[in-house]
Design a protein around this ligand. Structure first.
Ligand SMILES: Cc1cc2nc3c(=O)[nH]c(=O)nc-3n(C[C@H](O)[C@H](O)[C@H](O)COP(=O)(O)OP(=O)(O)OC[C@H]3O[C@@H](n4cnc5c(N)ncnc54)[C@H](O)[C@@H]3O)c2cc1C
Length: 381
């Protein structure tokens, strides 16, 4: 399914790897590559939910070489591994007994230019919106509708981020990764990654096996805009349509609707919009004739926000967890909440939607260290 483009230098026999067992020994072993490594570390400031939880190890690396060095040292052997970007779509339900790896791999480089497009290679540790802002200054078309989405470049192929009619998959040409076991560099082409709605092979077959290090985006040099989603066209208010005005309009709309994570802890949409069969939709329509819906390839998509609101959750709080008043798809930490409090609220919402509509709304947010009833909710290497 995938292709190795270069080989790491995995030590010959894993049993011969020297495995230090104290923080001091690990630091001594790893310090020469200047990596930041913390033990029993609070992850609070690294997630937009602002939830306090401890992780056994937190490691920051600046380059592929450092990441490979870490893997080859044997440090990750028999440990759960979690790649963390900006922590903007993740909920630590409890302490995490494993290694959190954070990429600081930077760089935006044009690697190919044709008459009508450019291919740009971007480091996984770049902030996504910094990249979008850069594409605007360069006059590259395609990413402007994805302005102001929090998080890192490395997470974009994992999540297949999307907004206003554009998804990351429309721009991604290939993704460069490092195999967490062999330390080999592996490249995946777009069509190998089974992209779907907020979904990709990184959440399924490839789950926990690869760390994204670079993403290649194809952007257009020819003016072309998607203005018919949400209220972009209205927001432009007759002003000239340019990369900058579209970006500004998108940012204004988003700021008016979504809580700012630096003020109120949240991770954007907590649930995905469910897709139901046409038959089920027809049945529900009898009881709920005004139910909003969108026809999609495999059925009918119902806005989860509407379902949640109908169940009376909009604006409701439960302890230190609450449902956002302006956007019920967003769950918020009203101050000092633990991950399990947000999780419990989400489960109650999910159950009430199931009871009333017979529809399951699954979380979009990645649940870490969640109770193990549903293995797909937690990340295991
Ligand atoms: C206010 C707000 C608004 C948002 N609006 C949108 C929106 O409009 N559209 C949208 O799609 N999303 C939205 N989100 C969700 C979020 O911004 C995206 O999912 C984003 O891509 C997460 O990036 P991150 O770097 O923070 O990833 P994290 O939350 O750190 O991680 C998310 C997942 O990606 C994996 N991952 C991260 N980096 C790597 C890597 N280098 N290699 C392998 N796996 C990795 C993690 O293991 C995890 O599974 C919003 C979030 C917030 C807080």
């Amino acid at each position: 399914m995938y292709r190795m483009v270069s080989e790491g230098s995995l030590m010959e026999s894993k049993s011969s790897i020297f495995l230090p067992n104290t923080k001091k020994m690990w630091k001594e072993r790893i310090i020469f590559v200047h990596m930041k490594i913390e033990e029993d570390y609070s992850i609070k400031k690294h997630t937009t939910f602002g939830i306090d939880a401890d992780v056994s190890y937190y490691v920051e690396y600046d380059s592929e070489e450092e990441l490979k060095e870490l893997i080859e040292s044997g440090f990750l052997l028999d440990r759960e591994v979690l790649a963390l970007g900006g922590g903007s779509n993740i909920l630590f339900c409890d302490d995490f007994d494993g290694v959190v790896l954070h990429s600081e791999i930077k760089g935006m480089e044009i690697v190919e230019r044709t008459e009508d497009s450019v291919l740009v290679k971007v480091g996984a540790g770049e902030v996504w919106d910094d990249f979008v802002a850069w594409t605007i200054t360069q006059g590259f078309y395609g990413a402007e509708n994805l302005s102001d989405i929090p998080g890192s470049v490395g997470a974009t192929p994992v999540q297949n981020i999307g907004a206003y009619g554009v998804e990351a998959k429309d721009l991604i040409e290939r993704v460069e990764c490092v195999d967490t076991k062999s330390a080999y560099t592996v490249t995946f082409e777009n069509q190998e990654l089974s992209f779907g709605y907020r979904d990709s092979a990184f959440k399924h077959d490839l789950k926990g096996l690869f760390i994204v290090t670079r993403v290649y985006y194809r952007l257009s040099l020819l003016p072309s805009f998607k203005l018919d989603y949400g209220t972009i066209r209205d927001e432009l208010q007759g002003s000239e349509t340019s990369l900058q005005t579209v970006r500004d309009a998108v940012i204004r709309i988003r700021k008016s609707k979504l809580p700012d994570p630096s003020v109120t802890g949240n991770a954007g949409s907590f649930f995905k919009n469910p897709v139901i069969s046409n038959d089920r939709y027809e049945e529900l329509l009898e009881d709920y004739p005004s139910m909003p819906h969108y026809d999609v390839k495999n059925g009918v998509k119902i806005p989860a926000a509407w379902l949640i609101e109908q169940c009376g959750w909009k604006g409701r709080s439960q302890g230190r967890a609450a449902v956002c008043e302006s956007q019920p798809l967003v769950l918020i930490n009203t101050g000092g909440a633990y991950g399990h409090e947000i999780l419990e609220l989400s489960e109650e919402i999910r159950e009430s939607v199931r009871q009333r509509f017979g529809i399951d709304i699954s979380p979009e947010v990645i649940l870490v260290a969640a109770p193990q009833e549903d293995p797909s909710d937690s990340l295991t290497r």
